[in-house]
Write a new protein. Structure first.
Length: 85
């Protein structure tokens, strides 16, 4: 199979990915990208129920008025990021 890239921006991204990953070829870079995407897809599928549950809980909290006002959101997120894990 031969793949042609006609979009110069996409070609530049592919070349950047080859360099960044240390891949020896476009084929190797594509293989790594596909493996990464497949792993993400597997993780999402395995965790779909938990993710959906958290989304539903968040929506319910917003509907009860428990959300964070937009003008406080940046400070709240900065506070969360500052907390040790």
């Amino acid at each position: 199979m031969n793949i042609e890239i006609h979009d110069s921006a996409l070609e530049a991204r592919m070349l950047k990915q080859i360099q960044a990953s240390g891949a020896a070829s476009a084929e190797e870079a594509l293989l790594r990208l596909l493996e990464t995407q497949e792993e993400q897809d597997r993780w999402l599928l395995e965790n779909r129920n938990e993710i959906d549950s958290k989304i539903r809980r968040g929506i319910e909290q917003l509907e009860r008025g428990e959300g964070i006002p937009e003008d406080h959101l940046d400070a709240y997120l900065a506070e969360l990021k500052a907390q040790p894990e």
